[in-house]
Design a protein around this ligand. Structure first.
Ligand code: AMP
Ligand code: TRP
Length: 335
């Protein structure tokens, strides 16, 4: 049986090293695997669950696409498109919102975090966000969903919604129940300024993250300023427990060089921190600076980017419109 992969990334600007190591790098590896069909979606409908400036949104959709392509996603191997160009996503989201239960959504921790203290002012879209995510996944008969571990709860909800629909309409296995694909290591890259906080595009300090559009000098400067401590590099795993910043930098090095933390630790054990930072900078510049350069080049070629989205949305539409048609028949909208 072939694997069907679906994942989505919000076009909210400032894609960073966390997005790359936690998601996009994995997307690129999956697209080259045998018997694996990949669909990658720029989820612009999800983006508008919080206020967006239309010009910025347009720019961020292009930037996310450019980051996908510059990182190695290939529109000949994967379907790459933006969510709003395939109407079935919105249609399925409505249908599934009549299947999902308030009680299930009330448990979603991301809504609680994003809505903050004043829940009454949050949009209905922000609350229903995970139902749209379920629609994304279920429309493509997805078997596996690669995401960071912050999305695990939403994926559980997608599974519940699929099962409930199949039960309610007595259509066993019509909606495929998806499995999460969460990386065991490096699933959470932390801030360069505080090793207990996730690296995030919304952190006000630009020094807290490496952006995929940073150039060589910015990368070197950020690693120089990254928080560490006065101890030498650790020799035992144990020594990392109370050193979250050091652990994070070791993880970044290991993930970028595709080697175990153990191996990285042995390589630098007992050495002066500045030597490790120099090596980490070099590695980051080698891996990220070409992506940054390529993103900027792609952004100058709007026509090419538009063509990719058009080609992707045609392919996605073909698959999704078939599934939504069947869904409508099952519900009783048509014969
Ligand atoms: P978002 O930008 O929140 O739409 O996230 C896009 C993808 O990147 C999701 O799969 C997230 O789980 C992943 N991601 C975002 N931030 C991080 C981080 N700091 N470390 C690892 N993965 C992340
Ligand atoms: N909610 C995801 C995030 O914030 C993005 C997303 C939307 C997604 N639809 C999806 C991820 C479907 C995986 C599958 O990261």
């Amino acid at each position: 049986m072939s694997k069907k992969i679906f994942s989505g990334v919000q076009p909210s600007g400032n894609l960073h090293l966390g997005n790359y190591l936690g998601a996009i790098k994995n997307f690129v590896e999956l697209q080259s695997k045998k018997d694996t069909d990949c669909v990658y979606c720029i989820v612009d409908l999800h983006a508008i669950t919080v206020k967006q400036n239309p010009k910025e949104l347009r720019k961020n959709i292009r930037e996310t696409l450019a980051a996908f392509i510059a990182s190695g996603l290939d529109s000949k191997k994967s379907i790459i498109f933006n969510q709003s160009s395939v109407p079935a996503h919105s249609e399925a989201a409505w249908i599934l919102s009549c299947v999902a239960r308030m009680g299930w959504l009330n448990r979603m921790t991301q809504f609680k975090e994003k809505a903050g203290k004043d829940k009454e002012k949050a949009s209905i879209g922000l609350y229903a966000y995970p139902v749209l995510m379920a629609a994304d996944i279920l429309l493509y008969d997805t078997s596996h969903v690669p995401v960071g571990d912050d999305q695990k709860q939403h994926l559980e909800l997608s599974r519940d919604i699929a099962q409930r629909f199949n039960n309610d309409f007595d259509t066993k296995n019509f909606l495929k129940v998806p499995e999460p694909l969460i990386q065991k290591n490096f699933s959470r890259i932390m801030s360069l300024k505080d090793g207990t906080k996730k690296m995030s595009k919304s952190d006000p300090s630009d020094l807290s993250r490496i952006n995929l559009m940073d150039d060589k000098d910015q990368i070197i400067n950020k690693i120089k300023k990254a928080k560490t401590d006065t101890l030498p590099m650790p020799s035992e795993e144990e020594n990392l427990k109370n050193r979250p910043e050091v652990k994070n930098l070791l993880e970044i090095f290991s993930s970028l060089s595709n080697q175990s933390i153990e191996k990285t630790k042995n390589e630098f054990s007992g050495k002066n921190f500045s030597i490790f930072k120099e090596n980490l900078s070099e590695l980051l510049v080698e891996k990220i600076a070409p992506i940054s350069y390529e993103i900027k080049a792609l952004l100058n070629d709007e026509k090419y980017l538009n063509e990719i989205l058009l080609e992707g949305s045609k392919k996605a539409n073909e698959l999704a419109s078939k599934k939504i048609k069947e869904m409508k028949k099952i519900i009783g909208f048509c014969e």
